[in-house]
Design a protein around this ligand. Structure first.
Ligand code: SAH
Length: 265
């Protein structure tokens, strides 16, 4: 059966055999692993994962691809195909329904436009997720792993790094996909921390301050945090941490943001 890729669903299929092998190696599959695949597509990777793990749940939003997958992969009795939108899924519930108690590895060659909502969803469900392996746009991957002082560093870097240790495992050139996307990709791994990277009294406030600080990243913190943080508190914070009072958000580490937020009442 031929399937015409649907652009609006981000259907760019990974056709490069070497990269497929590289991904399977990176997943470091173990016989006891429970894997959750997002966007199984035509099932090439699904078929490489299934024989090597205990259970595989594979999600595919496209009805026609879902039917194709059922037909193609019916030999795998440990595979559960699910015709659903990842953004409407509760992993915890799916695992509970299937009486699975161990944490899962999540893998996906996911559409670029839902990279951040998927990461947010997985962060919210990190209680049942051991590791995440996803293909994302190269520029996006760089933002996720960026450290203070780089131009890619921003509120999303802080958000992800607060909960996880992200690492770019390798680059995947656009030529490895069909149809050819306009951008290159990276294969990204997120390992969730047992505890957040820094300890704060008020998480919500931490991210509120971080977002405000990066909202106009060319401006100084003094300006961007006006109305959010009392100016005396900010002055005290600069003094205590030996920071220039004209610094901007991109120069502040997560630990420093935490320190600032903890000094507020
Ligand atoms: N993993 C396959 C397909 C990649 S293309 C491969 O590597 O070749 C991305 C796939 O995600 C497509 O099959 C698309 O239909 C599916 N998809 C898009 N949005 C989705 C969503 N919200 N939930 C689940 N799957 C989705």
């Amino acid at each position: 059966m031929r399937h015409k890729p649907i652009k609006s669903l981000g259907q760019n299929f990974l056709v490069d055999q070497n990269i497929r092998r590289k991904i399977i190696t990176a997943l470091d599959l173990k016989p006891a692993d429970i894997v959750f695949e997002i966007g199984a597509g035509r099932g090439e990777l699904t078929g490489l994962i299934a024989p090597n793990v205990e259970r595989l749940f594979a999600l595919e939003i496209d009805r026609r691809l879902y039917s194709l997958l059922i037909e193609r992969l019916k030999i795998y009795s440990n595979l559960t195909l699910i015709n659903r939108d990842i953004l409407k899924c509760d992993l915890n519930k799916i695992l509970e329904e299937n009486k699975i108690e161990s944490e899962v590895k999540v893998f996906g060659n996911i559409p670029y436009y839902i990279s951040s909502p998927i990461i947010e969803l997985l962060i919210n469900q990190r209680g049942v997720v051991k590791e995440v392996f996803i293909t994302v746009q190269k520029e996006f991957a760089k933002r996720v792993v960026a450290l203070p002082g780089s131009k890619e560093y921003g509120s999303f870097s802080c958000f992800v790094q607060y909960y996880a240790i992200p690492e770019i495992l390798f680059q995947i050139n656009r030529g490895c996909f069909y149809p050819l996307p306009k951008v290159d990709s990276c294969f990204l791994r997120l390992r969730f921390r047992k505890k957040p990277a820094v300890s704060v009294k008020n998480e919500e406030l931490l991210f509120k301050v971080i977002r405000a600080a990066f909202n106009q990243r060319r401006k100084t913190l003094k300006n961007t945090l006006k109305g959010k943080v009392q100016s005396e508190k900010l002055a005290e914070f600069f003094l205590k941490n030996n920071l220039n009072s004209n610094i901007r958000a991109e120069e502040l580490s997560l630990a420093e943001f935490a320190d600032l937020v903890n000094s507020l009442n």
